[in-house]
Design a protein around this ligand. Sequence first.
Ligand code: FAD
Length: 281
Amino acid sequence: MTRIDALLAAGRTRSLEFFPPRTEVGHRNLAATLGAFDQIDPAFVSVTYGAGGSTRDLTRDLVIEIGRTHHIPAMPHLTCVGHSKGELVALLEDYAAHGVDNVLALAGDPPADGSDPGGDFRYAAELVELIREVGDFSVGVAAFPEGHPRSTSLADDRRFLAEKLRLADFGITQFFFRSEDYFRMVDDLSALGVDRPIVPGVIPMLDTGGVRRFADLNGAWFPDDLALRVDRANEADRLALAVDAAVTLCEELVRGGAPGVHLYCMNRAEAPREIFASISL
Ligand code: FAD
């Protein structure tokens, strides 16, 4: 089974997010993680895409290589802001020709300096519609439990998210640290008549500075106390603290009915191996 919509329909999934490495060390980390797949046993992985296409070929090549070498569905992320319709269609056709069945459809962020990114698209929902025209992909979209930072209000964001999910097959969330934020979003969507599976994204608190920066960018709540304990711990305890906190969150999510867990693993194997060994999915 290689379609993520089918995997989610069949049971809870465990999955990982990768990014295409650019350094020698980065390649070694990723190779070690791919080599640990028999212990981590992911149902699928996803591979990020640099906004505007900065990792276009790296993302494509990694997705195709993982699918071919590890026989695990690898889902490319794809952003539409700044791209022409022709560019996106060409990439999607290439994915279809290589047997890629899943795509995560994203808007991407506009340039930080406020300049016009150009391109034919503004919102992820438009990309979902394009993907449907091009091929028979299983299509995922992004969800922000605490609301997207550019949204005019949480209610507006939920409305747009509901519309986007109606066109797509499933969602994957930005990372968050309080299970109630996830369940509130699921309840809000249910009240809007949408019950597509939304896989929660969970990040182990290892690189505290990086996680804080990303949480700030996304307007997400950040657990200062956990970060402080991790910062003060030695190397071995740091991993244990990060894993324990992630396991607690994953267990709450799974108990509450989440359809799986997607780990932001930063291409590393240690935390996913321990987290997935500790929770029953
Ligand atoms: P959209 O769903 O289009 O929403 C963007 C904003 O527009 C929201 O505020 C929404 O409320 C609002 N909106 C939506 N529709 C409308 C409308 N019709 N009218 C007015 N407002 C509207 N970025 C990358 O560059 N590369 C990646 O690989 C990547 N992977 C990601 C993976 C996940 C799981 C997540 C959660 C995010 C990822 N991102 C990635 C970040 C994402 O591209 C940015 O957060 C981007 O700003 C929003 O993308 P979106 O797909 O949620 O956009």
